[in-house]
Design a protein around this ligand. Structure first.
Ligand code: PMP
Length: 420
């Protein structure tokens, strides 16, 4: 019934063989009463298959070197691999070429790069920036603070009862003074998949720009930035089988060309005198200092891994799991689930069990070795609107199974007994 051969996939992730429990002392040492790990915290970070771990080890073992400036052999190898990684990302997301692909530390840094390099220079009190009520703090806090510094009005498209964007409200908010809109492609709390192309068209009709936060879309479904017509787009490697410390900022070439650098220093310059400096070509103009070499090369391997599985299959697999989890949890009258129905959501489910704080619930789930996230998932204003301080979130990936969701539900039953 699964579009993926899950057993074969699981074999690529040795961490999934772990049994966890007992006191946390030394990482990796399982002590006391341990149970097989059920990892359902993939929206926070996903695991890394052997193929990617081997790529990182191979880099450090065989051709570790600084890029761009070396003429020696290892430096050339590292440079070729690092530059190719940009091409691979470009191909993966439908960008025109490496000029449009800037490597950052994560999605958050990509948001800040545009907010500082573009926002601080371009925005003024006459402008507005349109966000949505379901933005992650990575964009919400960033544009809110840039709004305070520039005087630009920051406004929020309402989320309706079903956890979808109120598009009539979007049409009211976007006007000729809208300079930038920032929209999350897939909500990391509600699981809503937003109509980003429709929003891009709306914003472009008013000569504004749109930044799409793809942190929860790129890892889970086929994405093409040209189809979406995003001006800027960002995602993180660690949520898509890659390592931490690598994110991607996509930007349309002419926009990146016109933008000032965000960080100054080595690697991003072409010519320097005591009086002035000239910038390197794209994308290096935005990658000051020694860049994320091993991480970038590993992201290439992560993309190869996902494309071998097939992004359509990845998506179909998670849809089945999300629907199953939604159905199993909605069987219970004492569970509230946030966001759209099971057949119309991404692969995650945020919920609360009546009368049990999400942190207590997660701690009981942890006793069953079921890993979920508890908190506001960096969407605090959205949680305020939902009228809850926190929620528990189960989020799925290529290696998860229905049996694991059954274990989640059993653990929720146990929490019910304890807090009856
Ligand atoms: N946007 C969304 C929708 C996210 O889910 C996340 C990660 N939780 C981020 C942005 C930020 O990603 P990172 O922490 O890798 O910068």
């Amino acid at each position: 019934p699964y579009p993926l051969d899950v057993e074969a996939v699981r074999a690529d992730f040795p961490i999934l063989q772990r049994k966890v429990g007992g006191d946390v002392t030394v990482p990796g040492e399982d002590e006391g009463d341990t149970k097989p790990l059920v990892y359902l915290d993939n929206a926070a970070t996903s695991h890394t298959p052997d193929q990617v771990v081997d790529t990182i080890a191979d880099y450090y073992r065989s051709y570790n070197s600084n890029v761009h400036r070396g003429i020696h052999h290892l430096s050339q190898e590292a440079s070729v691999a690092y530059e190719n990684a940009h091409d691979r990302v470009a191909e993966f997301i439908g960008a025109e070429g490496r000029e449009e692909v800037v490597f950052t530390k994560n999605t958050t840094e990509a948001e800040n790069l545009v907010a500082y390099a573009w926002g601080l220079n371009e925005l003024g009190p006459e402008d507005n920036v349109v966000l949505t009520e379901m933005e992650h703090h990575a964009s919400l806090v960033t544009w809110q603070q840039i709004g305070k510094r520039t005087g630009a009005d920051v406004r929020f498209v309402r989320v309706d009862e079903d956890g979808r964007l109120d598009m009539d409200h979007a049409r009211e908010l976007v006007d000729d003074d809208t300079a930038m809109a920032n929209v999350v492609h897939v909500s990391n709390t509600l699981g809503t998949v937003n109509p980003v192309r429709e929003l891009a068209d709306l914003v472009h009709d008013h000569d504004g720009l749109i930044f799409v936060d793809g942190a929860q879309s790129v890892p889970h479904m086929p994405v093409d930035v040209a189809d979406i017509d995003a001006d800027f787009f960002a995602f993180s490697g660690h949520k898509m089988c890659g390592p931490t410390g690598i994110g991607v900022l996509y930007g349309k070439e002419h926009l990146l060309e016109e933008m000032e650098p965000y960080l100054y220093g080595g690697e991003m310059i072409r010519k320097v005198t005591f009086e002035d400096s000239e910038w390197e070509d794209l994308p290096w103009k935005f990658e000051a200092g020694t860049p994320v070499i091993a991480q970038g090369i590993a992201l290439h391997a992560a993309i190869d891994y996902l494309e071998d599985l097939g992004m359509e299959n990845v998506h179909a697999h998670e849809q089945l799991l999300a629907e199953y989890a939604y159905d199993r949890l909605t069987e219970r009258e004492d569970v509230d689930i946030y966001g759209p129905p099971g057949d119309d959501r991404a692969g995650l489910v945020a919920f609360n069990l009546d009368g049990v704080h999400a942190h207590d619930l997660s701690s009981i789930l942890n006793d069953h070795a079921v890993a979920v996230r508890a908190g506001d998932h960096c969407t605090q204003p959205l949680h305020d609107k939902l009228g809850v301080a926190a929620s528990a979130r189960a989020s799925f990936y290529v290696y998860n199974t229905r049996e694991e969701i059954d274990k989640l539900v059993e653990a929720v039953d146990d929490a019910r007994q304890l807090f009856a």
